[in-house]
Design a protein around this ligand. Sequence first.
Ligand SMILES: [Zn+2]
Length: 270
Amino acid sequence: MPRQMALTFDFDGESSVYYRRTEFENQAPALDTGLREFGPLVGMDRILDMAKQVGIPITVYVPGRIVDKYPENCRRIVAAGHELGLHGYDHERWGELSAEEELDVMRRSIAAMEKITSGPFGFRSPAWALNDRSLDILIDLGVTYDSSLMQKDTTYLVQTPSGRTLPEVPVHWSLDDWPYYGFIPNAGRGSRPVAPSELMTLWYEEATGILEYGGQPVLTCHPQISGRAGRVLALRGLVTRFQAEGVEFVPMKQLAAQATGEPVRFPLRW
Ligand SMILES: [Zn+2]
């Protein structure tokens, strides 16, 4: 059994400011938007350089807004051989969408992505929020897998409320950079940033445990915060540490294609 994991990035950029601003974002819009623009302006290219240095594929989930606003940035990701996945259009808060809006957002995000590369695509919901209908919408639109749930720590099949199945490549907050790097003091969001070495130690221990139990760790990073200089170097160090132990980094679509076993019901009150 190969020991595999995936390094993924949610390339949000400033997409969410086109949706509905929070109270803080309205108070300091330039500060908030500029913080997010660090991803497309600096962070993403640094991450591409790092992936090239260590010779791994990464998977990048991109809101349609960022695809349309920064097409060259996204073409560089594809040209380097990396997987692109869907992530809403304006990083919508999924739970606020009506069924019609959700379908419209999915269609617009797929259309944006198809200007850059051909599908089919996988999907990760903004902030990992899903509605009861979401997985059925994905299947209807030809999306090949979801990566928003936390029911297991190994790739599995999830059964939708309508009884169909879709591969799920699960995530977890402990393997996400946001709780550790996502510091926005004025908004009262996030905690004090941790040292990159501290987070890499945490991820090393969490991922080693998942590998030991036969699972596939999925790291979720955001270029606007993990693309900062010292953090990219730390991430490179973590990747080379796992490579030295024989762990293979693979695209998410490769993990999704390995989903087998008894389907797990979508987390609802059945
Ligand atoms: Zn996101």
